[in-house]
Design a protein around this ligand. Sequence first.
Ligand SMILES: Cc1ncc(COP(=O)(O)O)c(C=O)c1O
Length: 550
Amino acid sequence: MDETLAFWALGGAAFAATLPRLIRRLELSRAKHPSLTGHSRMAKRVASWLPGYAYGEERFFNSDGAPAEVAAQRRQALQQLGSTLVARCPRTLDLTASARDGLPDLQFTGAYRVPFQYSPLLRQHVQVGAFMEASEGVTLTDLDGNSYYDLTGSYGVNVFGVDVYRQCIAEGSARAQALGPVLGSLHPSVAANVARLQRISGLDQVSFHMSGTEAVMQAVRLARYHTGRRHLVRFCGAYHGWWEDVQPGPGNPLPPRETYTLRDMHENSLQVLRKRRDIACVLVNPLQALHPNKAAPGDSSLVDSSRSAGYDRAAYTEWLQQLREVCTERGIVLIFDEVFLGFRLAPGGAQEYFGVKADMVTYGKTLGGGLPVGVVCGKRELMKRYREDRPADLCFARGTFNSHPYVMGAMAAFLDYLETPEAQLMYVELDATQNRRAAQLNQRLQAIGAPVQVANMSSVWTVSYTRPSRYNWMLQFYLREQGLALSWVGTGRLIFSLNYTEADFEEVCRRFVAACQAMEAGGWWWQDAAQTNKSIKRGIFREMLAHRRG
Ligand SMILES: Cc1ncc(COP(=O)(O)O)c(C=O)c1O
């Protein structure tokens, strides 16, 4: 009897001891977004389960059950589109084909432009050149002299128009010329840049790195060093570079380490921040305001029309304010990752635009004036890399090319430009202009009955589709045919530089509408009345199961 009692007493004590941990674990689970994107381990498991297969000649054209005449219409449209593109760009395509074998990056982007089932056959019919020869204003020119409106925005680097960056690089090189590519000793531009960035960020200190990914790594590392805590919080879907701790899902061969991926704009996440003691920092990429909790909308996952987006500035501002409050309360370092959006929304970046101050801010992309860079700005107490009382306890961060004189020169020229009336003018009524243009395009698309709408966060736009279809990803190639250049992720992300005039935009609009009309004429938007996004997904799942079973 005594032994039984002792057993239950011990069991009870063990349960009582683990209960708080269980509760915290449960709170963490409740703060995850109920999607695969919110569950990185599960997403990785699903990714490893997905069978590789590709559609053949027939299934490619009727994967949605389209009747024979529609499939034939699509086949003919694809052949025509393919031959137009080939005839137009022989040199560009030749070089692309010959470079492909030695460039895994090109193989990757080529394969992942569209959902994988369609990719091999599509590439036989439609080729997209990877090379450009020249740029000017808002256009790019390929090796065959074809001109395209640039909607790639150079991955976000190009805020003010490519000519500004060309000028920044020229000026920066001229400033750095006397010292040349000497590393270790600093060029005087470094001091000027630090002073400018202190003013812009409102933060005490600045460190220079070679890419946005590195800047994020260093900000998180410093937060861990100074708080003595291990975990970082990122929000579901947010991109912060390709370092493994900030990219815990598919795409990264290692499992996540000390990363919590929480639900964006949700009270349960605030609860976790309020209660846990192991969180060093919260990383925020304000671009997520356009599609909270969703990953960057690439066309490779555009298997149906369920992609959606919408930007609510007031709601996102409130969310940032709540984050600010809880981070202050809990001693958690709030990091704004402005690598993408810094200087795109406002001259003072997202902090100024949303009126919320961070403890650290990372910048990159455009700040290098066209050259590669990553920057961390932070509070004095967070930026320090050593301790007087424990001299061997360091937070080491060096890099051969940090503060490269030419990059620092181009950055100084960029920051000079930022203060010019010309640059300041570009921010005047910026959101209103972009919103008006988006509404204008949406009206035009509606008027022709195209199942396409755009949403935007200032100059960053995304395309969504309003009728269930399996072929929306084809639109990127019709846009290309119309002379609109997108990045390899396709219609999920259009980035306008701020030097687009009304006339430029009008021309983009006209071409966009024409591309939609060609898409319609090709039969790609044919729709069985019974088809829904759910039924499409279900069908694809069944197909995958069948392939799994061999
Ligand atoms: C918000 C954000 N953080 C970090 C990065 C990584 O920057 P980089 O590509 O320069 O390493 C990116 C790149 O797109 C980004 O958008």
